[in-house]
Design a protein around this ligand. Structure first.
Ligand SMILES: *Cc1c(COP(=O)(O)O)cnc(C)c1O
Length: 387
């Protein structure tokens, strides 16, 4: 049987896969079973920050795998502590809880917000406000947090205590605060799965102020936007707010599964012995890989992200078939005359991997993609969009 046939026979049909089996990669170039080359502008959904087979990352991961691959959290390990310290120094947050995915990082954020409120006034109902069109994960509670009604089918009853309001609508946010006992607001600075929609800065700052007045926490979901993706280490750093909780995953591990929930001043000591845990969370191999990634997201790399952003926008803005461009840094949404799914499929046939999000074509290239390769990819993309 071919890979495709075996997959379709034995793997649950939750994914509408693109018709290609990938076997090898180097940087932003991936190769299929036949050895054909593909230019990768998706990074495995913002995961492979430095592309495929990045040598520093491979070395960090292989070295740690050879030392000790796992310990559980009964014991101290150095990669975990070093990574936590690096994340706190880069973000200004105080403490970290490690898990294995974005959804888990958000679960931890939600549990922390509920406990923060319950430590203050136990027995009260504690509501978390999220935005319409948001995406926070696939577990039942993070699905409840996710503001997309299409995802709220089949799996009820959902976790109660979530209210969704339209993005960039301060009036709706204020009304929700009046109607509910709010313990937290959870936001993506740029909605990723929702169609690459950045929030307005004035809105984000006003929401943060409103929340602070009510002692409600600001949770920023940086699972997709984090680790340099938008041109700063975390996207909230562009928005001039200080969150109470930040969640990070996807690019953090550079290709191995890891989630991190970062706690600020108010929340650093909310989780106490026995209130949360994870068998694999902070696994030393994942942490060694993450540390290698995080330590190289420096000013030079971030400037490169901005340069590549500008290049993409100047190539595509006004190009035939392009109706609009949204996003920050190397998280870009392109509204096209053609349906996004058609663009994705036709790009694949031309040797280019791009993604979609709602009605947009979505680009999430490796942050260090060589300019020539990016230019080559954009030429293909422009041609497909125009045809
Ligand atoms: C991908 C994503 C998640 C879920 O992450 P998983 O690792 O798939 O659980 C949560 N929030 C945002 C903003 C995401 O983009």
């Amino acid at each position: 049987m071919s890979i495709k046939q075996t997959d379709q026979t034995y793997i649950a049909a939750t994914y509408a896969r693109q018709d290609v089996a990938l076997t090898y990669g180097s940087g932003a170039e991936l190769f299929d079973e036949q050895g054909s080359r593909l230019i990768d502008l998706g990074s495995g959904i913002a995961v492979n920050v430095f592309g495929a087979g990045d040598q520093a990352w491979v070395q960090a991961v292989s070295h740690q795998a050879g030392q000790l691959q796992h310990t559980s959290n009964y014991y101290y390990t150095q990669p975990q502590t070093k990574l936590a310290q690096a994340l706190c120094e880069l973000s200004g947050m105080r403490k970290v809880f490690f898990s294995n995915s974005g959804a888990e990082a958000n679960e931890c954020a939600i549990k922390t917000a509920r406990k923060y409120a319950s430590d203050r006034d136990a027995g009260q109902e504690h509501v978390i406000i999220t935005l319409e069109n948001s995406f926070h994960g696939r577990t039942l509670t993070t699905l409840s947090a996710t503001g997309q009604s299409a995802m709220h089918q089949h799996f009820g009853p959902f976790t109660p205590g979530f209210v969704h309001v339209p993005a960039n609508d301060l009036g709706a946010m204020k009304a929700a605060f009046l109607q509910h006992p709010v313990c937290a607001v959870m936001l993506e600075m740029v909605q990723g799965e929702g169609g690459v929609n950045p929030l307005d800065q004035a809105y984000v700052q006003a929401v943060a102020q409103l929340a602070a007045q009510q002692d409600a926490l600001i949770i920023v979901d940086e699972v997709q936007t984090g680790v340099g993706r938008t041109g700063t280490f975390y996207a909230y750093q562009r928005y001039g707010i200080v969150p109470d909780i930040v969640t990070s995953a996807k690019g953090l591990g550079g290709g191995l599964p890891i989630g991190a929930t970062l706690f600020g001043e108010k929340t650093a000591d909310v989780l106490t012995h026995g209130t949360h845990g994870s068998t694999f969370g902070g696994n030393p191999v994942c942490c060694a890989g993450a540390l290698s990634v995080v330590s190289r997201v420096d000013e030079a790399l971030l400037q490169g992200v901005v340069q590549r952003h500008d290049m993409i926008v100047s190539e595509l803005a006004g190009a035939k078939g392009v109706q609009g461009i949204t996003g920050l840094g190397l998280m870009i949404g392109i509204k096209t005359e053609k349906p996004a799914a058609e663009v994705v499929a036709q790009c694949l046939q031309q040797g280019l991997l791009v993604l979609s999000a709602k009605d947009k074509v979505r680009l999430l290239p490796p942050l260090n993609i060589p300019f020539e390769l990016l230019a080559e990819g954009l030429d293909i993309l422009k041609e497909v969009i125009a045809s």
